[in-house]
Design a protein around this ligand. Structure first.
Ligand code: BG6
Length: 369
């Protein structure tokens, strides 16, 4: 089933464009996002005062990205919580709260138990899931299926980009109902989403080989940091998680603004640091701040690998390597910025001769608490 690919992970990364495209399919009508599965729930979405998103691992990081879009477009406060933490802390949710669970498999026990607890407390539950008929969607009041296709490699890749896409569609669906976005903004966002598959393809075609080469050179690396800001922050966490999971290298993701409050103490000559750089035109203030973070770590000898917009000239003098991504609006950039990080993690595991699809100690879906 791998086709000509060396691993399921390689195949699934190559399917990231289709995962995004198929998640959007059938959910745009007359220039607006309408998710047919959520038909009949307008009153619920109009009335909720808060959203809590629960998940584990990569799914939880997609939730972090989704929070920015839901708050910006639908103007509903969103909390993201690890499912296993939510379950055991007497959470403050009730009928005015929507609890969204994110799960690729739909079988993760931690997430299932959080959904059951939310239901017990009277909250409405929505499952965003990639696996038809799985347990979590069956236990939820509503479900939005992603259509990323089956994911076999333990480390989640195409499901992650589909999860963010699904959350963005949900945000636009609810924003339409609540009247919190103008038709122009709705149209712009839909265009941005529709353009993502080709932009991901651009990365695969133009950067994949170079990233794999870089990973090969870095096969002896013992520790890697990842920095990001705003929506780039959860992407940094995801980049670090993926590297840990399949290459067994110590990796940590940080919010770039947190650097001076602690992590900068870790920086020593030669330490590789990946930095997700916001768009200079789309987010100039954040861009300037991240470039100054890069200067701070570079001054201490870090080896900076920037993930930056192609054409971002300001970052060039400060980075040792620049992995390029196409231009996209600030909220859409994470769906592009994560692709080089997925490729890098796979490249490094391959360079170390590891089984990228079946990393030690991990299971694709963890059905115990
Ligand atoms: C973990 C997997 O145990 O479960 C991760 O190893 C995954 O890759 C996490 O992100 C959550 O899984 P799911 O199926 O609920 O999205």
């Amino acid at each position: 089933e791998k086709g000509g690919w060396s691993s399921f992970m390689a195949k699934e990364i190559s399917e990231e464009p289709e995962a995004v495209a198929n998640t959007i399919l059938g959910r745009v009508h007359d220039g607006q996002v309408v998710i047919p599965e959520l038909d009949g729930l307008d009153e619920l979405f109009a009335g909720i005062s808060r959203i809590v998103i629960v998940g584990a691992g990569t799914a939880a990081y997609s939730a972090f990205v989704g929070k920015y879009a839901i708050e910006q477009w639908a103007r509903i406060p969103v909390e993201v919580e690890l499912a296993h933490e939510f379950r055991y802390r007497d959470p403050l949710v009730g009928p005015d709260v929507l609890v969204i669970s994110i799960s690729q498999s739909g079988e993760t026990m931690d997430t299932l138990m959080a959904v059951k607890e939310a239901t017990r407390l009277g909250a409405k539950t929505l499952s965003i899931c990639n696996t038809q008929g799985a347990t979590i969607p069956r236990e939820s009041d509503a479900v939005v299926y992603l259509h990323a296709g089956p994911e076999v490699a333990v480390a989640s890749t195409k499901a992650f980009v589909a999860q963010i896409t699904g959350l963005y569609l949900f945000a636009l669906h609810v924003a339409r109902i609540r009247g919190t976005v103008t038709p122009e903004l709705q149209a712009d966002a839909i265009q941005e989403l529709a353009d993502l598959p080709d932009k991901i393809r651009w990365i695969l075609e133009n950067e994949q080989e170079r990233i794999e080469q870089l990973a090969h050179w870095m096969a002896d690396t013992r520790s890697v940091l990842f920095l990001g800001r705003h929506v780039g922050y959860p992407i940094a966490l995801e980049g670090a998680l993926k590297l840990k999971e399949i290459s067994y290298i110590h990796a940590e993701g940080f919010a770039a603004g947190e650097l001076k409050h602690g992590p900068i103490a870790l920086v020593e000559p030669g330490l590789p640091v990946f930095v997700v750089v916001p768009s200079p035109s789309g987010a100039p203030v954040l861009h300037a701040k991240v470039v100054s973070n890069i200067q701070e770590i570079r001054a201490r000898g870090a080896r900076v690998i920037a993930i930056a917009e192609a054409g971002d000239a300001a970052v060039l003098p400060h980075a040792d390597e620049v992995l390029r991504i196409p231009l996209a609006g600030p909220l859409f950039e994470p769906i592009l910025a994560v692709v080089p990080l997925h490729i890098f993690a796979m490249g490094l595991a391959n360079a170390k001769g590891l089984d990228v699809d079946q990393p030690r100690n991990l299971a694709k879906s963890v059905t115990v608490e």
